[in-house]
Design a protein around this ligand. Sequence first.
Ligand code: NAD
Ligand code: UDX
Length: 480
Amino acid sequence: MVKICGIGAGYVGGPTMAVVALKCPSIEVAVVDISHSRISAWNSKNLPIYEPGLEEVVKQCRGKNLFFSTDVEKHVYEADIIFVSVNTPTKARGLGAGKAADLTYWESAARMIADVSQSNKIVVEKSTVPVRTAEAIGRILAHNSKKGIKYQILSNPEFLSEGTAIQDLLDPDRVLIGGNDGPEGHEAIQKLKDIYANWVPEDRIITTNLWSAELSKLADNAFLAQRISSINAMSALCEATSAEVSQVSHALSKNTKIGPKFLNASVGFGGSCFQKDILNLVYICESNGLVEVANYWKEVIKVNDYQKSRFVNRVVTSMFNTVSGKKIAVLGFAFKKDTSDTRKTPAIDVCKGLLGDGACLSIYDPQVSEEQIQKDLSMNNVEWDYPIHLQPMSSTTVKQVNVVSDAYEATKDAHGICILTEWDEFKAIDYQRVFDNMQKPAFVFDGRNILNVDKLRETGFIVYSIGRPLDLWQNMPQQA
Ligand code: NAD
Ligand code: UDX
């Protein structure tokens, strides 16, 4: 029986290894992590992450050919193939701080692999890493391993999106495998291809050299984020000209050279990947002396920051230039719907902006806990980049923040509502009931463009929706 070990039981390692186990019953898959709490959650009824369909897959395979363990060394020792899905956050200090990827976790995984291995291994990079990381990892393995043990490193970046991870893994657009040229590299690529071939059609498995695979992942995220920043930049112009961004998006989407995806204007993109990976790309460009290229990608992040602060400005200016002491309901805190993940969620910056102006926030998210929201709002940006369990817990709670368990409670007596995540249940709220229980004038700021603006205006709300014509009320120049 082929044995696989997945190092890192996070948002990528957990679902990816679970789907490999589901689709390859003859392979034994052990997922290992240094976090005891994460592993015990994977072995319990309450999985550590919320992802539609994940629970069913885990239930089907756990204890059969899928195991979760903290015995990292044992499973690495036994494995033929090792998938490394450890976190690669933005470096917090030292050379390249604030931009470069922090490869500490990757390096320590590589050193451990070299320490415990007694047989040849294929080491698969699943984590998103800077281009040419495989070279560095190869050196660490070569210099630290027992004599005669051979490693083949493959780059097999993961393209899943949170919220649709299981669907994306079961039916991927493509699987990318980069490897070394030469017979041993080709053999390793073929072994990994054979695993995916259990459920992925062969024409969707792309093979490249190592560096193209590594760079393609950074390029992929940069291109996706750039589309969102492009449409968000257009949304600001729409507001200034009474054009409507959804109509502009629709027109763009019908151009087959552009296509329909990733054109939803929003309060800004979030998530653990886009900002981190673009910063990493910027750093790599700068390190290669490509200043203009670095500046080009930096703008994608600048526009995203502008979009979040523009939203806060719009809330404050609409509400008579102050939200001090006013209750504002925040609906949604996760960085997108169908996930409990709050890493780099735009809600953090928006809430911090409103708190800075003295607002009292009443926050409701269907999947994010009060503890998580309080932690996110009290942590500084550097702490926030690192996994929760590797950081000392912050005990501060933000006094002006109240986390509640439903949308009606959040909006009761509020002056305004901010929709920050596009959860489906927010579309089904009885907005007449909400309006009746709010302070007047009652404002809605739809940061995800999910609500029916005309209907809300008929109900009596003053409505701001990104990139759409403003209420006369709001038609005043925005502060920078
Ligand atoms: P995560 O923080 O959820 O999970 C990483 C896990 O690795 C943590 O549980 C951590 O404890 C564990 N870990 C760290 N060092 C370890 C070690 N030496 N031995 C064993 N376990 C160790 O991160 P994630 O969101 O799963 O992302 C992992 C990687 O995948 C990152 O490089 C990320 O950029 C990339 N990626 C993420 C996504 C996504 O949507 N989250 C998608 C594609 C790629
Ligand atoms: C992203 C990539 O899509 C995925 O390929 C990669 O593997 C990991 O990073 P993820 O961050 O999980 O996935 O979610 P994604 O669906 O890309 O959304 C990222 C952010 O962009 C979210 O905050 C989302 O709300 C926002 N977004 C997305 C928009 O604002 N508008 C859009 O049109 C699409």
